[in-house]
Design a protein around this ligand. Structure first.
Ligand code: 13P
Ligand code: SF4
Length: 299
């Protein structure tokens, strides 16, 4: 299957982008593997005719919005991020009516419709920097309250209003689960994604996006780590750090939508050119504004 995928990529001038949460065998055939921010930048720079995006809907959508003229395919169009929908109808308008100078800051893990209603997008690796750089005092951070709270703690000068949304995978992790691993591996450092609850972040040695966690594990001198994020990162953690050990909370955090990306589904979309991401042109143009603003402000 890997050989057939390689051949089709060349024949069709296609590129495969995969998030760190995609299964290991998919990361192996991908041309670019990264966190949401890196993949958005790569999608924008790509000169291929076809982009196969191995992630979830908001990632495929963002790639299409950034490249309206390209064919963006997803191995499984039903792979979705539940958090991307967790903003109540009408609440953005209510907030805008309440705060005159409001900036709506939208985590990229959101639908194209929510991006249209927002002033700027962020990812977990640039949220603090971008929120700091905004002239607005009042910020409505959607949809993730955990990332919003993490940003608020570091940008004290702003009034950051949180929304009632979260990642169901990260929000399930508890401080007790971390403590249970710590008991077994007392020297292990705890590395966590900011989508985790406050109680997990409070017992963490390092907090960052998936790419930040990988970079930290590479440069740090410890030998053992307890990883508080989705277990797809394990593939790169192990291949980049063969002498180090990585442990996960029990049960191991797993995003079933990310795991819908398989060698079979990648091969199938490359062969048939099915599962194209289609976005209404007007919606796409409006959603491009906060995405481009993110790319500018993050520079
Ligand atoms: P990253 O910003 O680290 O890519 O995280 C995306 C995500 O979906 C986390 O659950
Ligand atoms: Fe969404 Fe959570 Fe899966 Fe990331 S891990 S894609 S935030 S459900």
């Amino acid at each position: 299957m890997k050989n057939r995928i390689e051949r089709l990529k060349k024949e069709k001038n296609a590129v495969i982008l995969a998030h760190y949460y995609a299964p290991a065998e998919v990361q192996e055939v991908a041309d670019y593997v990264g966190d949401s921010f890196y993949l958005a930048k790569i999608a924008k720079q790509s000169d291929s005719d076809i982009i196969v995006f191995c992630g979830v809907q908001f990632m495929g959508e963002s790639a299409k919005i950034l490249n309206p003229e390209k064919k963006v395919l997803m191995p499984d169009l039903t792979a979705d991020c539940p958090m991307a929908h967790m903003v109540k109808d009408g609440i953005i308008d209510q907030m805008r009516a309440k705060y005159k100078d409001l900036a709506v800051v939208c985590y990229i893990n959101s639908t194209a419709e929510l991006k249209c209603l927002s002033d700027v997008c962020v990812t977990s690796s640039n949220a603090v920097k971008i929120v700091k750089s905004l002239p607005n005092k009042n910020i409505f951070f959607i949809p993730d309250h955990n990332l919003g709270r993490f940003v608020a703690e570091q940008v004290r000068e702003k009034n950051i209003i949180l929304n009632d949304g979260c990642c169901p995978i990260h929000a399930k992790l508890t401080a007790e689960q971390v403590a249970a691993q710590k008991e077994k591996h007392p020297n292990a450092k705890v590395l966590s994604h900011p989508e985790c609850d406050a109680e997990v972040l409070a017992v963490s040695d390092y907090i960052g996006s998936t790419a930040d966690i990988l970079a930290f594990a590479k440069r740090d001198e410890s030998k053992e780590y307890i990883i508080c994020t989705e277990d797809g990162v394990d593939y790169k953690l192990r291949t980049e750090n063969p002498s180090k050990r990585f442990y996960y909370t029990d049960p191991r955090p797993c995003c079933k939508d990310m795991k819908l990306n398989t060698l079979e589904t990648v091969l199938s979309v490359l062969e048939k050119e099915e599962n194209e991401v289609i976005i209404d042109a007007e919606l796409s143009e409006r959603a491009l504004i906060p995405l481009n603003r993110m790319l500018e402000l993050a520079k």
